[in-house]
Design a protein around this ligand. Sequence first.
Ligand code: B4P
Length: 193
Amino acid sequence: MGGQGLRRRLILFGAPGSGKGTQAELLRQRYDLDHIAPGDMLREHRAAGTELGHLASEYMAAGKLVPDELIVNMIRHRLEDDGDAKGFVLDGFPRTVPQARSLQELLEKMDRPIDLVAVLDVPEEELVARLSRRATEERREDDTPEIISERLRVYRVQTEPVLEYLGDLVPVLRLDGRGSVEEVNGALVQAIG
Ligand code: B4P
């Protein structure tokens, strides 16, 4: 994949627990990218007690997706603010086909096309094991067994179709997400550079 320079506008794609957040943070540090993670942004809104945080909180606690319009507005503002000086890594967006369509339209207008969608493939039993481990370590309210299984169901039904949509428009690369954090990071760095 060499010869085209660094790919600096990235989407990290994968199921809950596939390592998107973990890898996005490593890429941010290494390449000085803007790490855009709606899950983190919504948790910040909730902690700050904003109206958006309040609206989102019931969906998040139930393992459901927050309505597209709220998410797309939040991401639009974020992309407009960041000015594209460094590039970005989207972690957890888009998660539905309408979100993907809105993103494409927005980036087209801004003349900032996506360089790469990297998909972290991890089998379901490993996803459940990771999220259950995080439940004990970080006590996230959406990491209980029932909610984990709902989030995985939502991923299969609402999020996986996004790949088909994006696959026709931008380069998509599937990576084995089962290795250690360092191994997966090595594969991503190779794909980006
Ligand atoms: P997120 O915060 O995005 O939650 P997530 O899918 O679980 O991903 P996360 O990034 O946290 O986990 P990761 O795989 O890195 O979303 C939370 C909620 O917000 C959603 O359910 C929804 O309600 C709402 N939301 C967010 N985006 C939305 C959108 N676009 N539209 C609508 N609603 C939206 O890591 C998981 C665990 O695995 C960690 O503990 C990590 O340490 C571990 N891990 C990572 N890599 C590993 C490896 N290689 N080996 C072993 N463990 C590893």
